[in-house]
Design a protein around this ligand. Structure first.
Ligand code: GAP
Length: 446
């Protein structure tokens, strides 16, 4: 695909997101705050589903992983100990002619890509946002907005381990906002300055590092394919070379997705050794080692980290789902992540059909996310739901009034089946589990 065509595909996804209420630029009526994004009614449901899918898989399906929700603002020393004050930098260059700034490692040549001007020597630019705590704005009140959620987990290692009755190997999972003053944000929600992370830190005996690194690498790839339903041809691992490892990492592999703008990182799996707990032990003066009673040994646990971005995952889900067909644009989301599982419609606005459709929708709403719409022609209602990715359309028609059955339309194939109203909730529970893109009802047995 040509570069132009690829970027057009991203532009179309961005335009659909705006038009259909998924994602908007922050503060748009004031001209828009670059690189910050607001999630609208459909976007917020999609985001909740992605996060729940991660949370359920990582915590509820693993007896040895518990959750945490730590604060965004933390003691300034945390970021000194973590190495972020010293090393969380990107090389910044400025054009001497137009004064635009760029990440030196993003540039192909040593000239300004916009005006061809001469560039300054690279200098280190720290990506952490600064703020002040309390009424006095001086050096002593400086705090940082966290650039990763991980540090909230490390500093709570002891607080969590004992009451949760865990011991290494065990993990702590957290979903939350992170902030980075990126020099060159872009590609829609791929790189922004405010974003969300889904991170899990797995504390282990040092000799088990290789085993758990391999385990989490496979486990996380499986989540993107089996649970999120991404096309596996568009996913791959990329191992970090020694000279690109982050300051804390002994070993790292990225899970990459083939976005319209190329293969890019979705998630990093890192072997962080005992860097984090050793540093926090040193800077806080609190002993963060663990005494293994069975082995009679004391050690500082190693950490295997899985660190994914919520927004990047959402962009991959959107790009994977987006399809233009002859007569429609459709988002072929997996039913597990689709903002709404089903829409309920009356075929026409008469003969008691709207009232019955509303009753059916109300009954289903306590179990599923259901969209109920009576406006416009049935064809238009289906198209609207195709564009926001609703997998199933339930329609009340004249036959419903005779035999208490409704049609269910499959979004991908537009195939229809008839089911009894009193079987609907069972059917809607089963359908996502036997979903295959463009398979219609092939794998479904009522
Ligand atoms: N705790 C390790 C850590 O933060 P990272 O590779 O810097 O590692 C992890 O970030 C994930 O966070 C990335 O794989 C990406 O999904 C997401 N992420 C990082 N910076 C981002 C940004 N500026 N905008 C959106 N997502 C970002």
């Amino acid at each position: 695909m040509s570069k132009n065509k690829q970027s057009t595909m991203l532009d179309r996804v961005v335009s659909l997101c705006k038009r259909r209420g998924f994602i908007f630029l922050s503060s748009e009526i004031y001209g828009g705050l670059a690189s910050c994004w607001d999630y609208g009614p459909y976007g917020v449901e999609l985001k909740r589903n992605v996060k729940s899918l991660w949370w359920n898989q990582m915590t509820r399906m693993h007896n040895d992983i518990v959750g945490l929700d730590s604060s965004i603002l933390m003691d300034r020393e945390v970021w000194v100990a973590s190495g972020h004050v010293q090393s969380f930098t990107d090389p910044l260059v400025e054009c001497k002619e137009c004064h635009r700034r760029f990440r030196a490692d993003d540039l192909q040549a040593d000239k300004c890509p916009l005006c061809g001007g001469e560039l300054t020597e690279p200098k280190k630019f720290n990506l952490m946002f600064k703020t002040y705590m309390g009424p006095v704005e001086d050096a002593g009140s400086v705090l940082y907005l966290r650039p990763e959620t991980a540090q909230g987990i490390y500093v709570n290692f002891l607080n969590v381990m004992t009451p949760a009755r865990q011991k290494p190997p065990f993990g702590i999972a957290q979903i939350g906002k992170a902030f980075r003053n990126e020099i060159s944000p872009g590609n829609f929600i791929f790189r922004s300055r405010e974003f969300e992370q889904m991170e899990m830190q797995y504390f282990i005996p040092p000799e088990e590092a290789e085993k758990w690194f391999d385990y989490w690498k496979e486990e996380r790839m499986r989540w993107y394919i089996d649970l999120l339903g991404l096309n596996k041809e568009r996913l791959k691992f990329r191992k970090h070379a020694d000279d690109e490892l982050a300051h804390y990492a002994r070993k790292a592999v990225d899970i990459e997705y083939q976005f319209p703008f190329g293969w890019k990182e979705l998630e990093g799996i890192h072997d962080r050794g005992n860097f984090d707990l050793s540093r926090h032990k040193e800077y806080s003066g609190v002993d963060l080692s663990y005494y293994d009673q069975d082995k009679g040994e004391r050690y500082i646990p190693y950490i295997i980290e899985t660190s994914g971005g919520v927004d990047r995952t959402i962009l991959s889900v959107l790009c994977d789902a987006y399809q233009e067909e002859e007569e429609r644009v459709v988002l072929k989301f997996h039913p597990r992540v689709a903002p709404y599982l089903a829409g309920v419609f009356p075929l026409v606005k008469k003969a008691g059909m709207p009232e019955l459709a509303k009753r059916i929708a109300d009954d289903l709403k306590c179990q599923f996310n259901i969209f109920h719409d009576i406006g416009g022609s049935i064809g238009r209602r289906y198209r609207r739901q195709d564009e926001v990715g609703t997998p199933y359309g339930i329609t009340v028609d004249s036959q419903t009034l005779e035999d208490e059955t409704v049609t269910i339309r499959d979004r991908d194939t537009m195939e229809q089946i008839r089911v009894r109203i009193d079987e609907l909730s069972d059917v809607l529970r089963k359908l996502p589990e036997c979903y295959g893109r463009d398979q219609g009802f092939k794998n479904f047995k009522s």
